[in-house]
Write a protein that binds this ligand. Structure first.
Ligand SMILES: NC(=O)c1ccc[n+]([C@@H]2O[C@H](COP(=O)([O-])OP(=O)(O)OC[C@H]3O[C@@H](n4cnc5c(N)ncnc54)[C@H](OP(=O)(O)O)[C@@H]3O)[C@@H](O)[C@H]2O)c1
Length: 282
């Protein structure tokens, strides 16, 4: 296995097993440089979102990298205020312009139940999804999916969806395994992407992480990302620091044993839990 090894999505599209995260990476120089650095050290999967406000910088970095567009797997996500059929199409078209590309590899509904649509989220998601299915059928999106969807959101979507989501991107890190959601997604051939695989930095102060890292002579970040891969999740580590961007790729030369995995699973909530999408204030 390596950084460019892929998982197969339910529609046959290949997705590189590690993606590079860009949440809270400021647009402009920082975003451009970090994405360029990631591409330089071998990441071929970039995760951005309309809500991160850095799509243009991601697009610039891809252009500057000199890599062929088809050699990069690019994900973006629909922001909360743009749910609904027309709004989805409009927001997606704007993303293409910012990302300076003809298509995206993966487009996700970022949150299932934004405040703006809370009274009518089920119907709104159905309309949003219909727009995404059309964009998929037109070839402008290679795979469609969701993010922060819990089982009841997926079940609601199932009532009207013609195409089943290929991906669900949720919070997964040591101590937050989302067991039931995992069982549901496996049964429906939905790949789980692990966001905040380092607990947005909280993982570095967990003593058990240090012990396991020392045992394998690896770093805490590498152990957390390896945990993710061994669960068959797709981790999306974020960093703006070149040495860390590289460190987070060196996760294919060791293996966590059953005891390590059990311990990491059991660290309940140590880096937080999945936010309840039905009560967020955005
Ligand atoms: N769909 C969603 O709702 C959602 C929500 C959250 C995240 N995400 C996605 O998941 C990605 C990752 O999640 P995240 O941004 O929450 O954070 P994360 O990847 O869990 O952690 C990033 C933090 O850890 C630090 N870090 C990274 N590698 C390190 C290393 N090797 N050693 C020490 N520190 C290290 C980073 O610092 P520096 O950057 O300063 O190096 C940053 O502070 C996001 O960027 C985004 O693409 C999606």
């Amino acid at each position: 296995m390596s950084l460019t090894s892929t998982y197969l999505l339910s529609n046959g599209v290949k997705i590189p097993q590690v993606g590079f995260g860009t949440w809270q990476t400021p647009a402009g120089d920082v975003a451009e440089k970090s994405v360029l650095e990631a591409l330089k050290v071998g990441y071929r999967h970039i995760d951005t979102a309309q809500g991160y406000k850095n799509e243009e910088s991601v697009g610039n970095a891809i252009k500057k990298s000199g890599l062929k567009r088809e050699d990069i797997f690019l994900t973006t996500k629909l922001w909360n205020e743009s749910h609904g059929y027309e709004a989805t199409k409009k927001a997606f078209a704007e993303s293409l312009v910012k990302l300076q590309t003809e298509y995206v590899d993966l487009f996700l509904i970022h949150w299932p139940n934004p405040v703006t649509f809370r009274d009518d989220w089920e119907k709104t998601n159905a309309e949003t999804w219909r727009a995404m299915e059309e964009l998929y059928q037109e070839g402008k999106i290679k795979a469609i999916g969701v993010s922060n969807f819990m089982i009841h959101h997926l079940e609601a979507l199932e009532k009207t969806a013609k195409i089943w989501p290929m991906v669900n991107q949720v919070f997964l890190a040591p101590g937050e395994v989302q067991h039931d959601l995992g069982v549901y997604c496996a049964a429906h051939q939905i790949l789980l992407e692990a966001y905040s695989p380092l607990g947005t930095g909280k993982i570095f102060s967990v003593p058990e992480m240090k012990t396991i890292a020392e045992k394998h002579q690896k770093t805490i970040a590498q152990v957390a990302l390896r945990w993710s891969l061994q669960h068959k999740f797709l981790p999306l580590p974020k960093s703006v620091t070149p040495s860390r961007i590289k460190e987070n790729t060196e996760i294919f030369d060791f293996e966590l044993d059953k005891e390590d995995m059990r311990l990491l699973d059991s660290l309940d909530g140590v880096v937080g839990k999945q936010k309840d999408p039905d009560t967020t204030n955005f």
